[in-house]
Write a protein that binds this ligand. Structure first.
Ligand code: ADP
Length: 684
């Protein structure tokens, strides 16, 4: 049983001068129907052999064969079984051949009658992809090659070959087939294929199809060919659209920029079957970019982890300058890459890149969002033979780059939103902590006041001395509460940015004098440690809000007095720190600060011994206020100390007023406002 050699091949072996022709599936259907109709319309009882590739194709025609069987008892139908098609002798013979038989790739119809003789013997060609059930049935552009003729020699030979095949599968039909051969194939003594029809076969038999019929078939074939071309270009367009949709879908679903970039290169590289596809993040002014996302075809060298030079790179500069895609079909002939046209260094770099990465054709597409450069997408063709980038492919890469831009912005906005959410949550936590701490700080003196006042009210016989103590305690705690509320409001105002800064040129000496007198007015001068003002008289004016500057100085001096014994020493110094700022230092010889608390002393409500055990008073908000004020004029504040009982130094910087002409003018103004400020400070 010959399963490997097709009927077409066997037929051509017998007729070596015949050349097979190409037929589309739709043409074969039309021709087969015409042949079948001829049988149905005639008065012959012909031998009919029909071979279908699959059972399902036979099913579509089964009704015709039932009718044909009414005309002749020599009807044979072959097909590869799929459901219930079997070897059977019913109104006609059915022959179920094995699906591996070459018949499964063929399409035959042979009609041998007294008045009409014709054969259609074809095999399928150019099956580009394995057929699925659906594609087999739907694809009208499938191509076959073979012979369609009225030539009796060829037709009889075709019938002969097919009857042999039938015998292979159904040997029990030998007597019937013998009868068919006697009745129909005995007319085989024609000398050549081109000879005239034998008179025994009747006048209406032609050796070749009528020229009109031939032309009609050619016309049909041409139409079919055009259709095929249109179908091909449509299906390419459809594939590209699908690729774009699938990339867009995948990258828009992700909010992770790394994933977006990887999915984009992977899908694009696979979809276009390009050698290498890379994408990297970059901005216009970047000098280099690292390649982190890449797709490479089989056997193509990876460039992942490599650094691309962007500065003085004429290709990058051109894409960025024009905000347009750059296509280079042949890198060895492109003027931008030849030595003469670019500067020596850049030329060397690009030529080296082309060589080491085997780039024969290059496509660079900017990833933009509202004209901002977010990155670059590159496609490399790496075979020795360069290619011409097709406009459709370039348009597709452009479209994908646009989608990547949108996806990146979307992901970044989400990340920003997450950051913002975290900041808000942190702020909310701080706010809650603040409310709790403030509540506690206020409740403590309030309880003391309440206890004192209740005792005074309920104990009329309390000794006068104790009454005085109770009253003093209540008064001092009321004062502490007042200070706390005052400081708290000041800090809130500063933190919320609701403070209006009245920046003016100020004399440092003047402000220090004001703050000193403020400190002395609050505390009994005799219990104060010695204060040495070592500020030189000739200092440049500073640029600050006088009211707040005095506030900072007074708070630092207050603290120095609070935490230094009476016999200690406080010193005020001001020095120019070499730039456009002055550095003010308030140092004391007091109890000092542990190194690990040098920063935390600036936190709200930080007090080393806790507010309850505190002897020196205070709210724990002073240094937090100072930091807000100093930051407000763009300065810095920090603490230094050698440790416990080693004294402390508080430093802050303040900008120097630098315009001489303004300096003079504002100095006059300072003098005028001096009295005003003095009044404001003493009223605090
Ligand atoms: P307070 O009203 O408690 O003084 P501050 O914010 O001004 O609040 O200071 C916070 C804490 O920093 C003080 O309670 C104290 O523990 C520490 N501190 C501030 N200044 C000095 C200083 N000159 N010497 C030692 N410790 C200091």
């Amino acid at each position: 049983m010959s399963k490997s050699k097709s009927v077409v091949s066997q037929l051509l072996e017998s007729f070596p001068d015949w050349r097979p022709q190409m037929y589309f599936k739709s043409s074969l259907t039309a021709l087969s129907h015409a042949m079948e109709d001829r049988v149905l319309a005639g008065s012959d009882a012909p031998l009919v052999i029909a071979s279908f590739q699959r059972e399902r194709f036979y099913r579509q025609e089964a009704h015709r064969y039932k009718r044909i069987a009414g005309k002749s008892d020599q009807v044979y139908v072959l097909a590869a079984p799929e459901a219930d098609f079997t070897n059977n002798s019913d109104i006609y013979e059915t022959i179920a051949f094995e699906p591996t038989d070459s018949l499964a790739q063929e399409w035959h119809l042979v009609v041998i009658g007294k008045n009409y003789i014709s054969c259609l013997v074809c095999e399928e060609k150019s099956a580009t992809a394995p057929h699925t059930k659906a594609s087999l049935a739907m694809d009208t552009s499938r191509r076959f090659e073979g012979i369609w003729t009225f030539d009796p020699h060829v037709s009889l030979k075709a019938a002969d070959i097919l009857l042999d095949k039938i015998l292979d599968y159904r040997p029990e039909l030998a007597p019937k087939i013998k009868k068919a051969r006697q009745e129909y194939l005995s007319l085989t003594d024609f000398p050549t294929a081109s000879s005239e029809a034998s008179p025994q076969l009747g006048d209406s038999i032609h050796n070749n199809p009528d020229p009109f019929v031939q032309r009609l078939v050619s016309y049909l074939q041409a139409g079919q060919y055009k259709l095929l071309k249109a179908h091909k270009s449509l299906s390419i367009k459809q594939q590209k659209e699908q690729l774009l949709n699938s990339v867009t879908d995948s990258i828009r679903r992700s909010l992770d920029t790394e994933e977006i970039l990887q999915v984009a290169v992977q899908k694009l590289g696979e979809g276009l079957g390009v050698c290498r596809c890379i994408v990297y993040r970059c901005h216009e002014k970047d000098s280099t970019a690292v390649i982190n996302h890449e797709f490479t075809g089989p056997g193509i060298k990876s460039v992942k982890g490599k650094t691309w030079q962007l500065k003085h790179n004429p290709l990058f500069e051109e894409v960025v300058g024009l905000r347009e895609t750059l296509t280079i079909d042949n890198t060895s002939q492109d003027s931008r890459l030849t030595k003469q046209s670019v500067n020596k260094e850049a030329g060397k770099y690009l030529q080296n890149l082309v060589k080491t990465c085997s780039i024969s054709s290059w496509l660079l597409v900017p990833v933009l969002y509202q004209d901002h450069l977010l990155g670059m997408m590159e496609l490399h063709h790496c075979e020795p033979q360069p290619i011409v980038w097709k406009p459709d492919d370039v348009a597709l890469v452009d479209a994908i780059a646009t989608q990547v831009g949108v996806a990146l912005i979307q992901a970044e906005s989400y990340a920003n939103l997450e950051d913002l959410n975290e900041q808000l949550a942190a702020l909310d936590r701080t706010r809650s902590n603040l409310v709790a701490i403030t509540g506690h700080e206020l409740r403590t003196p309030l309880s003391t006041i309440q206890v004192c006042l209740e005792s005074l009210a309920t104990e009329p016989d309390m000794p006068e001395e104790l009454r005085q103590v109770m009253l003093n305690t209540a008064l001092s705690d009321a004062e502490r509460m007042r200070n706390l509320v005052q400081d708290f409001l000041t800090l809130s105002r500063l933190e919320s940015g609701r403070v209006e800064w009245n920046l003016e040129p100020l004399s440092m000496n003047e402000c220090i004098d004001l703050s000193l007198s403020h400190v002395r007015s609050r505390v009994n001068s005799q219990s104060l440690p010695a204060i040495a003002n070592l500020v030189p008289p000739e200092l440049p004016l500073v640029q600050a809000d006088g009211e707040w500057l005095v506030e900072v100085l007074a708070k630092l001096l207050d603290n120095a007095c609070k935490f230094t014994q009476e016999n200690g020493q406080i010193t005020i110094k001001v020095a120019s720190n070499g730039s456009s700022q002055l550095e003010v230092t308030v140092s004391d010889t007091g109890r000092g600060i542990e190194p690990n608390s040098l920063e935390t002393v600036f936190d709200r409500f930080y007090q080393e011994e806790g507010s309850l055990r505190r002897s020196a008073g205070g709210t724990g908000l002073g240094l937090a206020i100072c930091r807000q004020i100093v930051n407000g004029w763009g300065g810095k504040i920090w603490a230094e100390s050698e440790g416990k009982n080693q004294g402390s130094q508080f430093h802050f910087t303040i900008p120097v007023f630098d315009d001489i002409s303004q300096n003079l003018e504002k100095t006059k103004k300072t003098k005028k406002t001096k009295t005003k400020r003095n009044n404001r400070i003493s009223s605090k």
